[in-house]
Design a protein. Structure first.
Length: 279
């Protein structure tokens, strides 16, 4: 009896530890870090202390490099000791002898067997019944396949109604997603350059007004925490390489999971996506 109680207590502690780990995993912030510099773009996914590079992909350089010029095939470039002159030696290789055509072996057609006997009429219903049974076994549980078929039927019968339905659910998800997302560490340093000084001044004023209006619009829907927002005219064009745009989008994993569950519930209860009642 004491051993049984010990095992039950051990199982209870293990389940409690699993629940605590799951709760901590759902409360850890989830985000994406974006950084732009002239000639370089980098995006990194962050989940707590873990970081995963999204761009550039593995094996792809972060900056675009010009490929080195190579000599054309069949030519060898040789430079003299002083490096001022160069000579090109063309190597001519004899053509390879043409491969002998493969000998084709004529095959005699296989002897035709006796014609198959026509299937009886009794076997046709059996095969159709087996096909229906296989389709039922391969269908998704809880009526998911029926709702997918209803959505496809709505798309084929009335594409406009299907588009309105999907846009309604997508708009709901977008509004709630914007409320849960936060922009932190916003760092922008941008220079305005034009051909003439007067044009640079006019362009700087227009971009400054646009930046202020855009920031005010974004702050109505998303919480923004900025470190530096700097825009200045560059009359010489020598500071274009100092441009920087970096920020981090963060949200909570539990909130994102809750939004996904609510979206699936909305789709499940949508009257336009209900399967047709069987007679």
């Amino acid at each position: 009896m004491a051993i049984l109680l010990f095992l039950l207590r051990l199982i209870g502690w293990v389940l409690l530890a699993v629940l605590l780990l799951l709760l901590v995993a759902l409360l850890i912030p989830l985000g994406v870090r974006f950084a732009y510099r002239p000639g370089s773009v980098r995006a990194t996914a962050c989940y707590g202390p873990l970081h995963f590079t999204l761009w550039p992909r593995k094996g792809q350089p972060e900056t675009l490099k010009k490929p080195a010029s190579a000599a054309p095939p069949g030519q060898t470039v040789r430079k003299t000791a002083d490096g001022e002159q160069a000579s090109v030696t063309v190597e001519v290789k004899p053509d390879k002898p043409a491969a002998k055509p493969a000998q084709t072996v004529a095959r005699q057609p296989a002897a035709q067997g006796k014609p198959e006997a026509p299937k009886s009429a009794d076997s046709v219903p059996t095969e159709s019944a087996d096909a229906e049974g296989g389709a039922k076994k391969g269908s998704l549980p809880f009526g998911i396949s029926a709702r997918i078929d209803a959505a496809m039927q709505l798309l084929s019968n009335d594409p406009i109604a299907f588009a309105r339905c999907m846009l309604g659910h997508t708009g709901w998800l977008g509004r709630h997603l914007l409320r849960s997302v936060r922009v932190s560490g916003l760092d922008i340093f941008w220079t305005v350059t034009a051909d003439e000084a007067s044009t640079t001044a006019e362009l700087f004023g227009a971009e400054m007004a646009l930046a202020n209006n855009l920031l005010a619009l974004v702050q109505q829907y998303i919480r923004v925490q900025s470190d530096r927002l700097w825009l200045e005219p560059d009359f010489t064009g020598e500071r274009a390489g100092e441009r920087i745009v970096s920020f981090r989008l963060t949200s909570c994993a539990a909130v994102l999971l809750w939004l996904v569950i609510r979206l699936l519930h909305r789709l499940w209860k949508d009257p336009q996506l209900q399967p047709a009642a069987k007679a």
